[in-house]
Ligand binder design. Structure first.
Ligand SMILES: [Mg+2]
Length: 386
């Protein structure tokens, strides 16, 4: 049986700002841009949340809701440093950690004799040693641990202080726990799917859990099958131990739109070759292969598949990319961009010594990139390929 914990720092950016300026404590404030520059709320303190302020809200609106809201400009370097300290603490107690964002991680506690106590002690240590509040959800898989943590946090958020929630879902009670929650809480249920489910009378996760998964497969495709199983609390995904943002890709924008399948497949093969060469050069292996298709009307489709094992083998990557292309390319439809990429990267077993240094370098590059993205928006900068 697996025991997976999900840790999420409470109003993380605000908590770090409070460390630097203790006068902010207990006050309504928000990290983000000025309202006259169309700034939005990146994070807001719990006293601000109690007044209706939410993250991603335009700062102007936040100020109307809470006129004494203090605006603090974000200091991403400090958040990153604090995040690293937290992740180190998690890694000290678990060998299997999947960091999913600057302030969130999954970790495996299956090997622990008393996983609840270990997680409690970690929550307390992060608060005591780093002065950062966090919440933890524990369950038999990632899906339920994350949803449990979110539910535990929101149950306590109205109190105007960090929730420091601790939520445990015992093995066998996953479906019962999920049942009353709205179906949109499940991964794979976006607004569109939620609307389609509502049409057939499915509003809660419990409603979905009672559906026949084969019927759902017929009606909603593969995703219908997946979400029905998730609704019953089933999730077998492993922890992914490398940074998810790490990927290598190769894209080509055509000077003249292309619709010839053979020509396009040739481009795919060339890109797959370049991507695998780049992996080999860096001593890395990948598990997820993706393709990107942009049609002449600029709509873009990305599709990926996850292999059984990590690889940097050219033939395997080429085959995976071609399979994706053959499945998702609509014959005759005109393309203006085509790309192949890989993610889920790990160091290749043969090159551990070399790689450690490269990884450090790589990490600095990644940090610089995400710094820029955090300031100027996602996608403003892209890695080049040699
Ligand atoms: Mg958080």
């Amino acid at each position: 049986m697996r025991i997976i914990a999900h840790l999420d720092l409470d109003a993380f950016f605000c908590a770090v700002e409070e460390l630097q300026n203790p006068a902010l404590r207990g006050r309504p404030f928000a990290v983000g841009g000025n309202p006259d520059q169309r700034g939005v709320v990146a994070s807001c303190s719990y006293p601000a949340r109690a007044r209706g302020v939410r993250s991603a809200m335009p700062m102007g609106r936040a100020l109307r809701l809470c006129p004494d809201l203090q605006i603090v400009h974000q200091n991403f370097g400090a958040y990153k440093a604090a995040s690293r300290q937290v992740m180190e603490k998690i890694r000290a107690i678990s060998a299997e950690v999947e960091q999913i964002s600057i302030d969130e991680a999954f970790f495996n506690l299956s090997e622990k004799e008393n996983p609840k106590e270990v997680a409690r002690a970690l929550q307390q240590a992060i608060f005591r040693d780093l002065n950062l509040p966090c919440s933890i959800g524990i369950a038999s898989n990632k899906l339920v641990a994350k949803i449990a943590n979110d539910a535990g946090k929101s149950a306590l958020t109205s109190e105007g202080k960090p929730p420091r929630a601790f939520t445990f879902v015992p093995d066998g009670e996953e479906a019962i726990f999920l049942a009353p929650l709205p179906v949109k809480k499940l991964w794979g249920v976006g607004p569109k799917t939620a609307a389609r489910l509502a049409e057939i009378g499915i509003a809660t996760i419990g409603d979905l859990a009672t559906q026949d998964e084969i019927k759902m497969l017929r009606r909603f495709g593969q995703n219908g099958y997946e979400i029905t199983r998730r609704a019953r609390g089933i999730d077998t995904r492993p922890l992914v131990m490398q940074r998810e943002s790490k990927s290598i890709s190769q894209e080509t924008t055509f000077s003249k739109d292309k619709s010839n399948g053979d020509e396009l497949r040739q481009v795919i093969r060339k890109q797959a070759l370049q991507v695998s060469a780049s992996l080999q050069k860096k001593g890395l292996v990948a598990r997820t292969i993706k393709i990107k298709l942009r049609w002449s009307d600029f709509t873009t489709l990305t599709r990926q598949l996850t292999l059984q094992a990590h690889t940097n083998d050219t033939a395997t990557i080429t085959q995976a990319a071609e399979t994706l292309f053959n499945t998702h390319w609509q014959k005759g439809r005109v393309l203006r961009l085509l790309g192949v990429g890989v993610s889920g990267l790990e160091k290749s077993q043969q090159q551990i010594g070399l790689w450690d240094q490269d990884w450090e370098k790589e990490r600095h590059v990644e940090d610089a990139l995400s710094d820029i993205e955090s300031r100027f928006g996602e996608g403003v900068i892209k890695r080049g390929m040699i």
